[in-house]
Design a protein around this ligand. Structure first.
Ligand SMILES: CC(C)(COP(=O)(O)OP(=O)(O)OC[C@H]1O[C@@H](n2cnc3c(N)ncnc32)[C@H](O)[C@@H]1OP(=O)(O)O)[C@@H](O)C(=O)NCCC(=O)NCCS
Length: 227
């Protein structure tokens, strides 16, 4: 893993992760092959074009490392979800000059989610708390994390869960549709508070891995194909 970024001591079996730092400048845009940008992003601001390309670059690198040897156009699918090559599943995240992607064979996982977030400051935490969780979740804060760090971790875990379940749910769902029910500094369990799809019934539980660095929290959710 790149210095400054959090890293997991161990990835779920069969999951490959690729990460890169990027600058927001014209040279970086050219290095990332802007000809592959979808038409929908042709006029996007430079930062958006570069983060999109950096995420796709990580995804293709991870796919190659995992053994995928075909074309990987990775087009933008429904609700912005990346379209993975047949037989593969993955997830992308980017923030503040960092892009990461994870991939795995679809035979092993029904969904993957990854999310990186810079630590949220205490004032913003106060404003956003009610939108993201309930008191029972904040009460589960591990001793190693401050309140603001725990808020950031919970926010990130829910975004990872959203990405991981999207292939099954196929629609937007909100932060109160899952709750943290168990937590440590390096992992947590989220439980659905509503039925989201046939394979995602109310009460279904999902394990999330948490990694931290000085600047970021990184979370990962891998939903096994056989549950
Ligand atoms: C979609 C969402 C999760 C993206 O997270 P983010 O922190 O804003 O941004 P990130 O950089 O981490 O992730 C962006 C990437 O997520 C991926 N993504 C976007 N929508 C997606 C979806 N529906 N399914 C899977 N992946 C998706 C894309 O690859 C995107 O990057 P790209 O547009 O460059 O391809 C977020 O914007 C969102 O809508 N959250 C609300 C839904 C939610 O989290 N509910 C909680 C349920 S418990």
């Amino acid at each position: 893993m790149i210095s400054g970024l959090p890293s997991f001591t161990q990835l779920p079996a069969g999951v490959v992760l690729s990460a890169q730092h990027f600058d927001v400048d014209e040279a970086t845009l050219q290095r990332l092959d802007p000809a592959t940008l979808p038409a929908a992003l042709a006029t996007a601001v430079l930062k958006r074009r570069i983060e999109f390309l950096a995420g796709r670059h990580c995804a293709r690198t991870a796919l190659r490392q995992a053994g995928h040897d075909g074309a990987a156009p990775l087009q933008i699918g429904d609700d912005r979800a990346p379209q993975w090559p047949s037989g593969w599943i993955g997830a992308i995240t980017h923030s503040h000059g960092a892009a990461l992607a994870i991939v795995a064979p679809a035979t092993r996982y029904a969904g993957l989610g990854i999310d990186i977030e810079p630590w949220v400051d205490a004032a913003r935490t106060e404003r956003l708390r009610a939108q993201v969780g309930i008191d029972a979740e904040w009460a589960l804060r591990p001793a190693e994390l401050t309140q603001a760090e725990w808020f950031t971790a919970v926010f990130s875990m829910k975004e990872s869960l959203f990405k991981a379940l999207y292939p099954q749910v196929r629609r937007y769902f909100g932060f109160h549709d899952a709750e943290v029910v168990a937590a440590g500094a390096d992992s947590a369990t989220l439980r659905l508070t509503v039925a989201l799809a046939g394979d995602c019934p109310i009460g279904a539980e999902y394990a999330i891995a948490i990694a931290r660095s000085d600047d970021f929290v990184l979370t990962l959710c891998a939903v096994p194909a056989e549950r």
